[in-house]
Ligand binder design. Structure first.
Ligand SMILES: [Zn+2]
Length: 91
């Protein structure tokens, strides 16, 4: 029931919210509870491994450019971070 899916996604990095995975041309967040993808359910967005509801942000898909910006903004060692808005994910 709570088996963690064996998948082949590549984690490309972490921002302040979660891990971000790549599957082909698609980038998406992995849930913090199971490092699993999320799926839409009747009540919102849920972890695919345990079906607990998670923030709808976990159901979003991102482009490579968006992910690059998110990871740069999240990296405390990236030096000067010039991100005028967080329009990639806070709307
Ligand atoms: Zn979970």
């Amino acid at each position: 029931m709570t088996t963690i899916p064996e998948d082949t996604v590549e984690i490309v990095g972490y921002d302040a919210i979660s891990a971000i995975a790549r599957d082909g041309d698609l980038y998406y967040r992995l849930t913090n509870c199971h490092q699993a993808s999320a799926t839409g359910v009747q009540d919102g967005t849920a972890c695919r491994a345990c079906y607990e509801l998670v923030d709808p942000i976990f159901g979003a898909a991102y482009t490579a450019a968006e992910v690059a910006k998110m990871l740069t903004a999240a990296d405390p060692f990236a030096g000067i971070v010039d991100v005028p808005t967080n329009d990639g994910w806070d709307t």
